[in-house]
Design a protein around this ligand. Structure first.
Ligand code: ATP
Ligand code: MG
Length: 464
């Protein structure tokens, strides 16, 4: 790989011109078109055997029909760095309808900008038509965010619309060369993540780029160029303009990742974390060390599972992230007059989840199980009745138990309970652990209370 970068360096003049262009992307016109840096096949390490068969099929089909076809973005970037790309994105001058005509299984998706999804078996290849330059025809909101994006363009124009220079490299299927308009090869060599163009303008156009900077920087272990890092703290608040559903996708990519802990720390440092999880931010000020340690332990756990190719659950992760505010809110509520603490916990769960949804929309299929994990905690803390082991068959038992372990690890006084459940699962019948060690107490189930009353015992619920 060294060779390809040296070759690229030899043509640094082109890259410099490209860099100038990168600074003034809006002023580009057809007249000012500049020859890109072209790295021939012999001077880079990307081989067709690294590319998925479906992607190759798409590229060749487009080429044979007379269109331009390139791999762009993460696929090129990761292969150059010797990593395995998770997928390949194709860019072409064919319009979406033209792409659709070429493939049997092709769906056009997206409202603002149509993208073709071409399916081969299990694999979907995303095919995007070159985007044109940002101009007056693009609607913006008052913060500078682009609201409409429907102008097609040339390869060169498309390159300047990409976010980072290392994401703006194109692998040309005609001659297997790499086309570089934006100085991406040089930044690969320098291991630098740099926004194309004016950083503040580019973040304002799409504030999600701040999150992408952190994710891609950590994934590649590249340094974020100081000029690209500088505006982030100032502009972090712009994330509030982003639809919560889009933020959910980005948050998952950041946190269900082998770099989860580093991503969390960087998000926190740049002030982005508090925009994504304001409740948790508020709680940081109350118990900063403990909350942070708990969140980091959960993320480290996730990262390890990702690295070992084990399944990871968004519900468990969100349960862990939001546990501190849920707990704090439940404690507040329980101080009120007639809130039994189990009810307080259930109410706190609803409140915190609903507020969180205003920033990062957690779909029901994840938020429901997360709430169940929380409300299982009192039952796990105080196993009781004739057969507490019945809880072992609860569909959410395993997640609830893992969560109890995490709490114990995080220093909450639930060690004995966690240990008891560990033994109960192994079939050992230890004496029930002492109650009231945990934070939340469970309201006695109504059914049983009634039965006891009928027996005339006037039973006091076991824990309230
Ligand atoms: P990975 O797939 O590994 O997460 P990626 O860079 O390929 O990383 P994608 O979301 O697949 O990320 O995007 C593909 C390409 O589209 C990017 O490499 C970049 O060129 C461009 N892109 C994606 N999001 C943006 C954005 N918000 N602004 C500008 N360009 C973007
Ligand atoms: Mg990608």
């Amino acid at each position: 790989m060294g060779a390809c970068f040296e070759a690229a360096q030899g043509r640094v003049l082109y890259a410099r011109i490209s860099r100038l262009q990168a600074l003034f992307p809006q002023q580009q016109t057809q007249d000012s078109a500049i020859e890109p840096l072209r790295i021939p096949r012999a001077e880079h390490n990307i081989s067709r055997s690294d590319i998925s068969p479906a992607t190759l099929k798409v590229l060749y089909t487009l080429k044979d029909a007379g269109y331009e076809a390139y791999i762009v973005g993460g696929g090129v970037r990761d292969l150059l760095a010797g990593l395995h790309p998770k997928d390949f994105d194709v860019a072409t001058n064919a319009r979406p309808e033209e792409v659709k005509r070429l493939f049997r299984s092709c769906r056009l998706v997206g409202r603002r900008f149509l993208i073709a999804h071409v399916r081969f078996g299990d694999e979907i290849v995303e095919v995007t038509t070159f985007r044109g330059p940002i101009g007056d025809s693009h609607d913006r909101d008052e913060t500078g965010r682009i609201l409409s994006d429907n102008v097609y363009g040339s390869l060169e124009e498309d390159a300047f619309r990409r976010d980072f220079t290392i994401n703006g490299l194109y692998y040309d299927i005609r001659d297997f060369s790499i086309v570089d308009y934006v100085g991406g090869m040089e930044d690969m060599r320098r291991r630098t993540l740099r926004l194309i163009g004016d950083p503040e303008l580019r973040y304002r156009e799409d504030p999600v780029r701040m999150l992408r900077a952190i994710r891609i920087g950590n994934k590649m272990d590249f340094r974020l160029d100081p000029a690209s890092a500088e505006p982030v703290k100032r502009l972090a608040h712009l994330l509030r303009e982003i639809p919560p559903a889009r933020l959910f996708d980005e948050v998952l990519k950041l946190l269900l990742s082998k770099d989860a802990v580093e991503n969390f720390r960087a998000l926190h440092w740049f002030g982005l974390w508090d925009e994504l999880f304001p409740d948790l931010g508020a709680h940081h000020e109350i118990a900063p060390e403990q909350t942070r340690a708990f969140v980091e332990a959960a993320l480290a756990n996730t990262a390890e599972r990702v690295q070992q190719d084990q399944p990871v659950s968004p519900s468990f992760l969100f349960a862990a992230l939001l546990w501190a505010p849920v707990r704090a809110r439940a404690e507040d509520l329980a101080r009120g007059e007639d809130h039994p603490s189990f009810v307080a916990l259930a109410q706190a769960s609803e409140e915190v989840m609903a507020r969180q949804g205003l920033r990062v929309a957690i779909p029901k299929r994840f938020s429901m199980p997360a709430k169940e994990i929380w409300t299982l905690q009192p039952r796990l803390e105080q196993p009781r009745g004739n057969r507490p082991q019945r809880l072992l068959t609860h569909p959410r038992f395993r997640a609830g138990y893992d969560f109890l372990l995490l709490r114990a690890q995080g220093g909450e006084p639930v060690q004995a309970q966690a240990e008891w459940w560990t033994q109960a699962q192994a079939g050992a019948m230890a004496p029930l652990p002492a109650a009231a060690a945990g934070v939340v107490a469970e309201e006695a189930p109504r059914k049983r209370r009634r039965r006891r009353r009928r027996r005339g015992g006037g039973a006091v619920p076991q824990a309230e």
